[in-house]
Write a protein that binds this ligand. Structure first.
Ligand code: SF4
Ligand code: SF4
Length: 260
């Protein structure tokens, strides 16, 4: 590539912009980062060049329209590495809840002029459409994780995946377990870390926004949630929420719902 510094683009698909805000919220670190790289496309921050050829493309959002499919393939062709950030890009996001409903019926119920809505039947993760080199989960993603991932990629290293459980983070930080101490229906035993056990650190239960951890025992988690007094439909909703499109959560959510 003709740039002196590595080039980066930040692209948005179907999403709330929260993960791009996590990037903007880096403040001084973003200024440091921008001295190390050329940011060629980041519409929310200013630069716009959607077809720029870059070293790293950072993708927020899920694939929801036919135009999205064409655009994500073009981005893949223009990028050496592709990194997806956040629950929408990694698992389809909250909007993937429609994958379990009748999309056309929802469109007819919600929009005054349904004919102009070009949604696909399903909202899907970026990796369902193109090769993805690195995924950062979370709703929103952690700013600290983004910056350390970009730094590692700039040095030619693929960062190690952080996929152990939020419970491990609680232990490392000596946070009192809200499930043991307060009987809260915490999803930490099956959710991947990365947030620093944010919710338990302020005394509330984890609701699984970082998606499934490695080897999650979702059935044991479901049994425990029932033991805490949740009915099967409530258990299903704990799994079929922000990361309903993530396979392990989807499978358990459907299993709990069907067992109702
Ligand atoms: S508070 Fe939640 S995440 Fe932390 S140890 Fe307890 S169950 Fe695990
Ligand atoms: S504790 Fe759970 S719900 Fe809270 S930020 Fe972390 S992963 Fe998300």
């Amino acid at each position: 590539m003709s740039h002196n510094k590595p080039a980066i683009a930040v692209h948005k698909f179907s999403s709330c912009d929260g993960c791009q805000l996590a990037l903007l919220n880096l403040g001084e670190s973003l200024l440091t980062l921008s001295s190390m790289v050329d940011i060629l496309h980041f519409a929310e921050a200013g630069p716009v060049d959607e077809n720029a050829k870059v070293d790293i493309a950072i993708i927020e959002g899920s694939i929801s329209t036919t135009d999205d499919i064409e655009r994500i393939n073009r981005i893949r062709e223009n990028s050496t590495l592709v990194m997806t950030i956040g629950a929408c890009a990694t698992a389809g996001g909250l909007q993937a809840l429609r994958n379990m409903a009748n999309t056309q019926q929802w469109i007819a119920d919600i929009y005054a002029n349904p004919a102009v809505i070009k949604s696909l039947e399903k909202s899907t993760a970026i990796k369902k459409h193109i090769k993805v080199d690195l995924e950062l989960w979370g709703c929103p993603v952690s700013s600290r994780q983004i910056v350390s991932a970009i730094r590692a990629l700039l040095f030619g290293v693929l960062p190690e995946e952080q996929n152990d459980k939020v419970c491990m983070e609680c232990k490392r930080r000596q946070i009192v377990c809200v499930m043991v101490a307060k009987n809260e229906p915490c999803m930490g035993p099956v959710t991947r870390t990365g947030c620093g056990a944010l919710c338990p650190s302020v005394g509330r239960d984890c609701y699984g926004c970082y998606g499934p951890a490695e080897n999650p025992n979702t059935q044991a988690m479901a049994n425990r949630l029932e033991g805490l007094g949740l009915v099967k439909d409530e258990v299903a909703r704990r799994f079929l929420f922000i990361n309903s499109g993530a396979e392990a959560f989807h499978r358990q959510g459907v299993r709990s719902r069907e067992a109702e």
